[in-house]
Design a protein around this ligand. Structure first.
Ligand code: SAH
Ligand code: SF4
Length: 443
């Protein structure tokens, strides 16, 4: 999982909750058919569980919820606007706070729904102010303790960047990425994606009547504490495009969370067929995990390259809607010692990107236990950066943030898979759910 997106410094424009509707969630949780060498298969889908939270829902979903408790059609739009303001502008946690909603409706809402957030299992705060939250989604069934994902907040003086996850784990298997080794995979619903922002704003006191925790590092430029979103957490956002686009719509809605679309960056390993849609429907900034300049090497590092090679990927970049010098694509390039970091690689990178409004973001490799790569030496990174810079590209080296709490790129990997494996094993042995939960916390 990625953390700080340093590109912003060089780019003046740089920019859950209960799982609810089962049919929709189940439909959207299906992942593309896996081609074995490239991907693992997704292994479960989300089903509705318990009393559902309204937090994270889209306007249409809220409308459905109101219809379900008998709010007449003619009133629904106005009521959605009220809920929207309270949930997304004010960060309300109780229906009773919603003073302009009549008492009978508040009571009906309370009876049927909640404003619960997904559970924050742990919060770690780095020496540099970076925060990492382990967030547990509501359980999807008796044997599921709830999928866990990680979300990272990177404060700077003039911006606060939230790195969100789009999936639990990732079906892809990039050889340098820890998330790619996680076995459990499912898509997050749009509500679960939005809820990461809500949780972050709760934790850092980023609502109109809230204050940040004592001693917290938050931006001091008078702006919002979360001003930028990067989809660089767990998962491949463009294998969950419907939900990612729906979540971006909620996050950028001018009546609620009001994040600028130009401050939202979606990072993809190169799901070529979905890129046009992301640009035309979500209109966000795009980042590409390039990491290699020759197909042979990229096939190994980023195996989706075997499906969509470098040429196809760069053609899709050239066609990305809204691309201009003011809205450049960021190319991420992880620095792997002796693998992709030679002068020739740097020169080829420059040649390949010719004609594409681009920024190049060099990421020092973050090792994890069992990884087979090393990070390039600092002098090598500088030399590589110099070649790229001389060719006219800003080439910031991404400052590792939150290393002391393992919050840096590619280091995020939730432990949920262990729980599920254990749950399955115990189910097979006829041990009930209580046993699973009791065991679950011990390890
Ligand atoms: N799946 C998406 C987004 C999540 S990964 C993607 O691949 O683009 C966010 C970024 O972190 C990607 O560029 C990814 O390649 C990079 N990354 C993954 N593991 C890393 C590691 N161990 N060290 C440095 N960067 C890593
Ligand atoms: Fe998945 Fe991105 Fe990691 Fe590749 S780098 S395994 S696409 S999260």
């Amino acid at each position: 999982m990625a953390t700080a997106l340093d590109i912003a410094k060089h780019n003046p424009n740089a920019a859950p909750v209960a799982v609810t509707d089962s049919a929709r969630a189940a439909g959207q949780a299906s992942l593309p058919q896996a081609s074995l060498a490239i991907e693992k298969k997704a292994d479960f889908t989300v089903v509705a569980a318990g009393q559902s939270s309204l937090v994270g829902l889209t306007r249409d979903e809220l409308k459905d919820k109101l219809a379900q408790i008998g709010v007449p059609e003619r009133e629904q739009k106005m009521r959605v606007a009220q809920l929207w303001h309270w949930i997304y502008f004010r960060g309300a946690k109780n229906f009773d706070d919603m003073t302009n909603v009549g008492k009978p409706l508040r009571a009906a809402l309370k009876e049927a729904y909640t404003l619960e957030r997904p559970q924050v299992v742990s919060e770690q705060v780095s020496k540099d102010g970076t925060r990492k939250w382990l967030i547990r989604m509501p359980s999807t069934g008796p044997l599921d303790k709830g999928a866990e994902i990680e979300c990272v907040y990177i404060p700077e003086t003039d911006r606060g960047t939230l790195c969100v996850s789009s999936q639990v784990g990732c079906t892809l298997t990039c050889s340098f990425c820890h998330t790619g080794t996680q076995r459990l995979v499912r898509n997050l619903t749009s509500a679960e994606i939005v809820a990461q922002l809500i949780v972050a704003r709760d934790c850092i006191g980023d609502w109109p009547d809230a204050t940040p925790p004592e001693g917290a590092f938050v931006p001091n430029d008078g702006g919002r504490f979360v001003s930028n979103i990067v989809f660089m957490g767990m998962g491949e956002p463009l294998y969950n495009t419907d939900n990612v686009i729906a979540a971006i719509d909620v996050m950028s809605d001018g009546e609620g969370l009001t994040l600028s679309r130009r401050r939202i960056t979606v990072s993809t390993s190169g799901v070529v067929p979905q890129m046009e849609r992301l640009g035309s429907e979500a209109n966000t900034m795009l980042a590409i995990s390039l990491h290699a300049v020759r197909d042979e090497l990229r096939d190994e590092l980023v195996p989706i390259n075997r499906k969509y090679d470098i040429k196809q990927l760069l053609d899709a970049c050239r066609a990305y809607p809204g691309l201009s010098n003011a809205r450049r694509i960021t190319f991420e390039y992880v620095m792997l010692k002796g693998v992709n970091d030679s002068d020739a690689d740097a020169r080829e990178l420059v040649r390949l990107l010719k004609g594409i409004p681009a920024k190049i973001n060099l990421i020092p490799f973050n090792p994890w236990p069992g990884s087979k790569y090393e990070c390039s030496d600092w002098e090598r990174i500088e030399r590589f950066s110099e070649i790229v810079y001389r060719a006219g590209y800003a080439s910031p080296v991404r400052t590792p943030r939150g290393r002391d709490i393992l919050a840096a790129c590619g280091q995020l990997k939730s432990e949920t898979e262990k729980l599920r494996a254990r749950a399955r094993m115990m189910a097979e042995q006829g041990i009930g759910a209580e046993g699973v939960y009791a065991l679950g916390d011990g390890e």
